[in-house]
Design a protein around this ligand. Structure first.
Ligand code: SF4
Length: 287
C-alpha cells in the first residue's frame, strides 16, 4: 500500500480580486480570493490530440513539474518569494493562512488545471478543518477531468462555487473534428457539479472565429441541465483578451458578433443566466 503523503506542484499563490465571471449565479466576480495556481494542464500541447488554448495566459502553469512556486509574501504586497516544489499540505496551509485578510471571500483553486492534481486536492480537503481553513472554495476548471463519485462527494463538501470552461472550437484546444468530445465532457462535469449542489456556471471565451452554429449547439446542451433548484446553469461570455497585437487583430471579437452571440444564447437560456465576463484584473493591473 502506498502511504506517501501527496504533495502539490504549484505555480503561484497570491491574494487578489476575482476579475472574471460577471453577474451570474455561482460567480465570485469582484470578491477577494486567495488564488492557488496549480501546475499542469491535461489540455496542454504535450498530450496527444490537443494543442492547448491559444489564448492561455498561464503558460508557465501548463508544465506540471515546475521546480519553483512563487508565493506572495504578504497580501497586497505584490512581492513574491520562491519556494521549492512540491509542497506538502501543511506548507500550503501556512501559505494560505498567511494571505488571509478580513475581506477574504473564498479560495480559488485554479491553474493550469487544478484537477490534474486531484489526489492532492482531495487529500488536502480532508485536512482543512485541522488547518482551520474555513472559507468557501472556488474551483476554476476546464471540466475535462471527471472525478470519481467518492472524490465528487468530498469536492462538493468544500467547493461552494465552480467556474467550468466550455472551450470554443476556435480555442484550438482540440483538432476541430474532436472538439465536441471535449465540450461533452465539460457539460457532463457541469451537470455532475450541479447534481452535487455546487453553484456552477459555464464560461466560454469567444473570438472573431466563434461560430454561431457552435453557440446554438452549446446553448441547447446547457439548457438541458436543470441546475440547482431547477434554475438552469448560467453562461458567462468572455471576449478573448490578448496582449499580442497581431493575435489581437486576428481574434478580437466585434461588438456586432458579441451581440449576435448574446441573442443566440438567449434563444435557449434565460437572461438571468447570461452574463458578460471580462478579465477586470487585467484592465486594473491587479495580480
Ligand atoms: S485549459 Fe487553461 S491552462 Fe490549459 S491550456 Fe487552456 S487556458 Fe491554459
Amino acid at each position: 500500500m502506498n502511504t506517501e503523503i501527496p504533495k502539490s506542484y504549484l505555480t503561484e499563490v497570491f491574494s487578489s480580486l476575482q476579475g472574471e465571471g460577471g453577474c451570474i449565479e455561482g460567480s465570485c466576480f469582484g470578491k477577494r480570493q486567495i488564488f492557488i495556481r496549480f501546475s499542469g494542464c491535461n489540455l496542454s500541447k504535450d498530450l496527444d490530440r490537443t494543442s492547448s488554448c491559444f489564448w492561455c495566459d498561464s503558460l508557465e502553469a501548463q508544465s506540471f513539474k515546475n521546480p519553483i512556486a512563487k508565493i506572495e509574501e504578504k497580501p497586497g504586497l505584490r512581492r513574491f518569494i520562491n519556494v521549492k516544489n512540491p509542497l506538502t499540505p501543511p506548507e500550503l496551509a501556512d501559505i494560505i493562512n498567511n494571505l488571509i485578510t478580513k475581506d477574504l471571500h473564498s479560495i480559488s483553486f485554479t491553474g493550469g488545471e487544478p484537477l490534474y492534481q486531484i489526489d492532492f486536492i482531495v487529500f488536502f480537503l480532508g485536512l482543512l478543518e485541522e488547518y482551520q481553513i474555513r472559507y468557501p472554495l472556488y474551483l476554476e476548471t476546464n471540466g475535462t477531468i471527471i472525478p470519481t463519485q467518492e472524490q465528487f462527494y468530498l469536492i462538493a463538501k468544500y467547493f461552494k462555487f465552480c467556474c467550468c470552461d466550455i472551450k470554443d472550437r476556435s480555442s484550438n484546444v482540440a483538432k476541430k473534428d474532436n472538439w465536441n468530445e471535449i465540450v461533452n465532457l465539460e457539460l457532463e462535469f457541469i451537470e455532475k457539479c450541479t447534481k452535487h449542489y455546487i453553484n456552477t456556471f459555464a464560461k466560454i471565451i469567444v473570438t472573431s472565429e466563434t461560430k454561431i452554429d457552435d453557440i446554438v449547439w452549446i446553448s441547447k446542451k446547457l439548457a438541458e441541465i436543470k441546475g440547482i433548484n431547477r434554475k438552469g446553469v448560467g453562461l458567462a461570455i468572455q471576449p478573448v483578451y490578448l496582449y499580442n497585437e497581431s493575435l489581437k487583430n486576428k481574434y478580437a471579437i466585434s461588438a456586432d458578433h458579441l451581440n449576435q452571440i448574446f441573442y443566440t444564447v438567449a434563444d435557449y437560456l434565460s437572461p438571468t443566466n447570461i452574463s458578460l465576463s471580462i478579465q477586470a484584473h487585467k484592465y486594473l493591473d491587479l495580480l
